[in-house]
Design a protein around this ligand. Structure first.
Ligand code: SF4
Ligand code: SF4
Length: 180
């Protein structure tokens, strides 16, 4: 060990040639490379304005589906939250008020339904676990935001609007967008 620490290596500085000392050839070579790249197709895209086309099976932002009559399909069984490996789903169930169950068919609903998009790994297990086909992963990507709490999506963002219903049968054929 002692022998190693006492060893020293002398690195000789290489003398630059006359051409190298002029720098102009090196600058010229650099300009040629830059010029060549100006006419090549750029591999980068202007995300988020431009987005790449995803595979039809791509899973992105979730949506909570409504049934044919417009009622929320989710019956707050909690299976999605149990199946979620990232523990990203928070759900609080509530019973319907007397008389309401006739209107909504199911006697329970999710009073609170939140997904933490920072925890979610978009595996789709919640969708697989749901017995009511109430949760569906679209091909929308999660937009960038400045606050961590903005990544917690509540029912206001998750429940699909009446006029923008999603045809879930399109999953295997084409991309399904929230705003389609
Ligand atoms: S996609 Fe996966 S990680 Fe995300 S909420 Fe559903 S089960 Fe959890
Ligand atoms: S989304 Fe489906 S699995 Fe999750 S609580 Fe609602 S009905 Fe149950």
């Amino acid at each position: 060990m002692q022998a190693l620490t006492n060893r020293s290596v002398q690195v000789k500085k290489r003398e630059m040639s006359l051409v190298e000392r002029l720098y102009l050839p090196a600058i010229f070579n650099g300009l040629v490379i830059t010029f060549k790249h100006m006419f090549k197709k750029s591999p980068t895209i202007r995300y988020p304005e431009v987005q790449r086309e995803f595979a039809p099976v791509y899973r992105g932002l979730h949506v909570l589906k409504r049934d044919d009559k417009g009622a929320e399909r989710c019956t707050a069984c909690g299976l999605c939250a149990v199946a979620c490996p990232a523990e990203a789903i928070t759900m609080i169930a509530e019973e319907r008020k007397p008389g309401e169950e006739k209107l909504f068919r199911e006697e329970k609903y999710a009073k609170v339904y939140e997904i933490n998009m920072l925890r979610c790994i978009f595996c789709g297990l919640c969708e697989e676990a749901c017995p009511k086909e109430a949760i569906f992963l679209t091909t929308e990507t999660v937009p960038s935001m400045y606050n961590r709490k903005d990544f917690i999506y509540g029912k206001d963002k998750l429940v699909e609007s009446m006029d923008k219903r999603i045809d879930v049968s399109k999953r295997q054929d084409t991309n399904v967008h929230l705003n389609s």
